[in-house]
Design a protein around this ligand. Structure first.
Ligand code: AMP
Ligand code: MG
Length: 403
């Protein structure tokens, strides 16, 4: 009896059910780019830490236009003036410099006329508080600035630094092994013998895992041999949080991945998803619950599609982050697409927005060996299984395409 295929949604649920966030560690801000916060960041103090000027000008006591004020000092960024200002006085002040005691407004320098070298004449009124940035206007002391699960991009690191912290508590990066099976595979640039091809999955999956926050061991190539496959996978199991194997996961006489995983005690969670491309995807976990093991189909497009749908969310969850989202949730199909009666198709699409409508157009031919269909694609679009065609103009759900 043919084995029943599980749905993409169920397969994703099963992956996430088996995935727990990794432990957390202290990471200096300078090393934290690309990490995910395990604990929230709170402001150590008010930001700005003190009331300061929004303009280059003069700190004054608030008042009407037409006053003549004596210049009695200067407050520069980093060098405040300690003089207590009284009515009739002004202190030269630069943007970001502390408001001197007694001052209640700042008058911009373009609104005054110099009266000799030590006095100014005010051409405009100075209402109380004008051009003064209050302490804590940006961040209040002890309030949450970045929540747990935040991806630390450059701006988040800037905000954490402004908040006064020197290090953050981030989830450990997942350690990933990439194993490519196939006697036919050759390294980049190597001349090809008869029947050989280049191992394009190795740089793709390594790069995709790195971009998803993982530390990736140099990819290994495994020959189509039972013992070598078992040894290679066994080594990777011992040192990884995630093992990604490509190829050799079907049931041909030279497909050794499933028997090797069985021998090594990695328990199958699912094999065969109602997905095109990517049907023979295998996922399992040893009884200790670690590492997560993915057997992805060898065809490069299938490998990238199944990485996007199953591995990418797992790498995010290991780091305590939400699954990656596509640029839009849905789009309108730009052309008729033949359906697959038994499997949902994940077509690679380019997205364009015209008058507020997002349109999805197939990105070149869609065979699972057409690697160029991934070049310049913006997302995956779901063509639900069924008879006939899904017509141009139908709404389609989008999924993030790892890139
Ligand atoms: P398999 O899943 O091992 O049956 O492989 C399916 C197809 O993908 C075959 O045409 C393989 O030659 C090709 N393939 C397998 N592994 C890779 C790889 N690492 N890079 C590029 N193509 C591959
Ligand atoms: Mg193979």
């Amino acid at each position: 009896m043919p084995r029943s295929l599980i749905s993409i949604t169920r397969a994703r649920e099963l992956v996430l059910e088996a995935t727990q966030a990794l432990s957390a560690e202290e990471v200096a801000i300078d090393d934290a780019l690309g990490r995910v916060l395990a604990e929230e960041v709170r402001a150590a103090g008010d930001v700005p830490p003190f009331p300061c000027s929004a303009m280059d000008g003069y700190a004054v006591v608030a008042g009407e236009a037409g006053r003549t004020l004596q210049i009695v000092g200067e407050s520069r960024a980093g060098t405040p003036s300690s003089h207590r200002l009284t009515d009739g006085e002004a202190i030269r002040i630069s943007t970001g410099a502390a408001i001197p005691p007694g001052a209640t407004a700042v008058i911009p320098q373009e609104n005054v006329a110099l009266n000799g070298s030590d006095a100014i004449h005010t051409n405009t009124a100075s209402p109380p508080g004008e051009h003064i940035r209050g302490a804590g206007e940006d961040m209040r002391a002890d309030t949450v600035v970045l929540g747990a699960g935040t991806f630390l991009g450059p701006v988040a690191l800037g905000a954490a630094t402004a908040a006064g912290v020197g290090s953050v508590t981030a989830t450990r990066r997942p350690r990933v092994a990439v194993l490519c099976t196939g006697d036919e595979l050759r390294a980049p640039g190597e001349p090809l013998g008869p029947g050989e091809i280049h191992n394009s999955n190795a740089p793709m999956l390594t790069g995709l895992a790195q971009r998803a926050g993982a530390v990736v061991d140099p990819a290994s190539r495994l020959p189509d041999d039972r013992d070598a496959t078992t040894r290679g996978i066994g080594d990777a199991l011992a040192s990884s949080d995630v093992v990604i194997i490509t190829g050799g996961v079907s049931v041909g006489p030279h497909d050794h991945v499933k028997p090797a995983l069985d021998l090594l005690g990695v328990e199958e969670v699912f094999w065969s998803v109602a997905l095109q491309p990517g049907k023979p995807t295998w996922f399992g976990v040893p009884s200790e619950g670690r590492p997560l093991v993915f057997g992805l189909p060898g065809n490069p497009v299938s490998a990238v599609v199944t990485f996007s749908l199953f591995v990418s969310p797992a790498l995010a969850a290991l780091q305590g982050a939400p699954s990656p989202e596509p640029p839009w949730a849905t789009a309108v199909l730009g052309e008729d697409v033949a359906r697959n009666p038994k499997r949902d198709q994940m077509v690679r699409v380019r997205l364009t927005e015209v008058d507020g409508v997002v349109r999805a157009d197939l990105n070149r031919a869609q065979g699972s060996h057409i690697l160029t269909s991934l070049l310049g694609a913006d997302a995956l679009a779901v063509i639900p299984m069924g008879e006939g065609e899904l017509a141009s103009g139908c709404a389609v759900t989008l999924h993030a395409l790892a890139s």
